[in-house]
Design a protein around this ligand. Structure first.
Ligand code: FES
Ligand SMILES: [Fe+2]
Length: 371
């Protein structure tokens, strides 16, 4: 039967995907010998740096009686719980000392672990790997290993600039992500006299293809409304500029724009903090105008405006979402959102069955919309 031309109804869920790296904190906020709190996927974390500057992430809960460890004493190597003074190695969570034990009490202290997570510093952020929930018996399990390193921004020259922006949004991860991948809100949300008006709306046609755990908008000349594109036009002919945009689970959008030896590359994530709370982090690297002092400021201003417009929109949307509406997803503008839900479902299914993940897209496809 031919598909009816009706919008598809879709309910979001608040499931947050484990088995991935997530951005926890900007690296500059975490100092040597200090502790910071963070939350990822509703897991309370204490994050810090050891004496050598190496970052670490522990569950912010003592395996003894649940005391938050963030107010404990940290000597740059071990963290001491403020309640009964148990000490833990910050890099693997292994218990080092239980002060209440007498010399003839032979409890195996080193078999006890505080929850500990793989932790890496990458492109100005501290990333934490959130493994699938482990076997019960927490307190005696060693930390999980990440199967791959934390994601990095692709760079195309040795020298570059790097900057980041963040915004908190009172919506679930699903809304955060489909908002990020949504091509149709631009003319309505991102208006500014120096940018574009809603009258600049025009028809677009883009080719998409499946990639592992995600999809790619194939290399094309970027939209004349894109900020880096406007800058790159100073350097290169319009048709020598190309951009590729990827989305991959659980939450990563990358955009790479190239024009000869010049490039702009960004890695944006939407991180689930709690069921109805996520945070967007945009980190960009580029080698344009490296010697012109005000350009990072201009880029930060432009991106900052966009992110703020998105944040404000989602804050308003969150009001409507309190009443738990279903969503309507229409073709073709909401197709990326449909793919996101299908990818998420396919990932969860492959976890449940142990079978390889079945990609929801059968091959390349062209989408058309106005924006
Ligand atoms: S609660 Fe941490 S040592 Fe007792
Ligand atoms: Fe937006």
């Amino acid at each position: 039967m031919p598909e009816l031309d009706l919008p598809q109804r879709q309910a979001t869920d608040t499931r947050m995907l484990t088995g991935f790296w997530y951005r926890a904190l900007p690296a500059e906020r975490v100092h040597r010998n200090q502790l910071r709190k963070a939350t990822l996927l509703e897991i309370p974390l204490v994050i810090g740096r050891d004496r050598q500057g190496q970052p670490f992430a522990l569950r912010d809960s003592c395996p003894h009686r649940g005391m938050p460890l963030n107010s404990g004493k940290f000597d740059g190597e071990n963290l001491e719980c403020p309640y009964h003074g148990w000490q833990f190695d910050v890099h693997n969570g292994q218990c080092q000392l239980i002060p209440s034990l007498t010399s003839d009490q032979t409890m195996k202290v080193d078999r006890i672990y505080a929850g500990s997570y793989p932790c890496e510093e990458q492109d100005d952020f501290i990333w934490v790997y959130i493994p699938d929930p482990g076997l019960p018996g927490a307190g005696f399990s060693k930390p999980a290993q990440a199967c791959e390193p934390a994601p990095t921004i692709e760079k195309f020259s040795e020298k570059y600039k790097l900057a980041y922006l963040q915004a908190e949004m009172p919506v679930s991860i699903d809304h955060g992500i489909i908002g990020l991948m949504d091509p149709a809100h631009g003319p309505f949300v991102h208006q500014a006299w120096w940018w574009r008006s809603r009258h600049s709306i025009h028809e677009k046609k883009k080719n998409f293809e499946p990639i592992p755990k995600g999809f790619r908008m194939a290399a094309h000349t970027p939209s004349s409304n894109s900020a880096p594109y406007k800058l790159l036009r100073f350097y290169a002919d319009a048709d020598s500029i190309s951009t590729t945009i990827d989305f991959v689970l659980p939450n990563i959008r990358t955009e790479i724009i190239r024009a000869g030896k010049y490039w702009f590359s960004s890695l944006t994530t939407v991180t689930p903090i709690a069921r109805n709370h996520c945070r967007i982090d945009v980190v960009a690297a580029w080698n344009l105008f490296r010697w012109v002092p005000f350009v990072p400021g201009v880029l930060k201003f432009v991106f900052g405006k966009f992110v703020e417009q998105d944040r404000r929109t989602m804050e308003m949307q969150a009001e409507g979402l309190k009443h738990n509406p279903h969503l309507m997803l229409i073709d073709d503008a909401d197709r990326p959102a449909k793919w996101y839900f299908q990818l998420k479902a396919a990932y969860l299914e492959s976890k449940a069955t142990g079978q390889p993940m079945k990609h929801p897209m059968s091959g390349p496809i062209t989408l058309r919309w106005r924006s």
